[in-house]
Design a protein around this ligand. Structure first.
Ligand SMILES: NC(=O)C1=CN([C@@H]2O[C@H](COP(=O)(O)OP(=O)(O)OC[C@H]3O[C@@H](n4cnc5c(N)ncnc54)[C@H](O)[C@@H]3O)[C@@H](O)[C@H]2O)C=CC1
Ligand SMILES: O=C(O)[C@@H]1CCC=N1
Length: 290
């Protein structure tokens, strides 16, 4: 594996660096990073001796052929304008964000592009990453991308039309479930007087235990629910309350995420108009992802 350049060492960029090094998929000396606030990139370099923090994205692209863009959607136009004069067909751009169409990204650069949407669960070398490949990606680089991310996740190829909902479940899901669990804990404290610490401990251990059950493929969600819900027991009583409040809530969640996604896609499209199309690209050479 050649060197990989990571642009943006915020929450996801630094998580990916930490996980790729912890899993030994990459050594620190194979990673070069930049960040808008350079001190953050330097902090990452201090944590991983051998990793290089550069001050310029242009310099980074001159030093590394694989570039992982760990920036937010509205930061793309600025970064692409910077990179345009140094990108070559030998580079490979991997975006970790959803609201930028791969075909559009590919039309602005001379190199292959791919998408790998991570999840905070990848910090524990677990969970999935969602992959899509532009039309210039060769079978060999596709395999190499999948191999790299399989060190920290289960990479899954997703079709364009299900990218948003897949990311809602795998990437936003940890926040959604944490919110539900925090409510479970809060109401336990309010209703019974148990301490927040004790209730949190019980809830966390319960989640870890559930993860182990699923890892060992001992249950499906439905069979687990059935096994716990003893006929004539207390779980069924609790479920009655949930059945009154939960159905339909996630439809609203998906409607909101999809509406925001459509808005972001439009904003990014408008912003990217300021980036001139790459002279090597023609509209017909841009892939639509998988
Ligand atoms: N947070 C999450 O769980 C997930 C986030 N994502 C996607 O990852 C992307 C990044 O998210 P976060 O890491 O959470 O955001 P963040 O805001 O923590 O990180 C973005 C980083 O990019 C840096 N940056 C901005 N402009 C730059 C430039 N011109 N050059 C170099 N660095 C620059 C910022 O300084 C910041 O450190 C978002 O698009 C998000 O949709 C995807 C999956 C999960
Ligand atoms: O909240 C967000 O926009 C990102 C995308 C997936 C998870 N977090």
């Amino acid at each position: 594996m050649e060197r990989i350049g990571i642009i943006g060492t915020g929450s996801m960029g630094s998580m990916l660096v930490d996980a790729l090094i912890a899993s030994k998929a990459l050594s620190p000396s194979q990673i070069i990073v930049t960040n808008r606030t350079h001190a953050k990139a330097e902090a990452l370099a201090a944590r991983h001796p051998g990793l290089i923090a550069l001050a310029s994205n242009v310099e980074l692209a001159q030093e590394a052929q694989w570039l992982l863009l760990c920036i937010k959607p509205l930061e793309y136009s600025h970064v692409l304008q910077e990179l345009q004069r140094v990108l070559t067909p030998e580079h490979l751009l991997i975006t970790i964000t959803s609201p930028i169409q791969l075909e559009h990204l590919q039309s602005l650069v001379p190199c292959p592009v791919a998408r790998v949407v991570p999840s905070i669960t990848n910090a524990a070398c677990s969970g999935v990453s969602l992959c899509q490949f532009g039309s210039r990606i060769t079978p060999e680089s596709r395999e190499r991308i999948l191999t790299l991310f399989s060190a920290i996740s289960h990479p899954i190829e997703v079709p364009e039309q299900y990218l948003r909902v897949s990311s809602d479940i795998s990437s936003c899901g940890p926040a959604f479930l944490s919110y539900i669990l925090r409510n479970m804990i809060h109401d336990a404290v309010e209703e019974t007087g148990i301490s927040a610490e004790a209730a949190s401990h019980l809830a966390m251990q319960m989640v870890i235990g559930m993860g182990e059950l699923f890892k060992k493929e001992m249950f499906s969600l439905a069979s687990l629910e059935q096994r716990v819900c003893v006929p004539g027991g207390v779980t069924g009583e609790g479920l009655i309350a949930l059945q009154q409040g939960i159905p339909g809530v996630f439809r609203q969640v998906y409607q909101r995420t999809h509406a925001k996604f459509a808005e972001d896609l439009e904003l990014v499209k408008i912003q990217l108009q300021t980036v001139p199309p790459d002279s090597l690209s023609s509209p017909s050479s841009a892939g639509s992802g998988t």
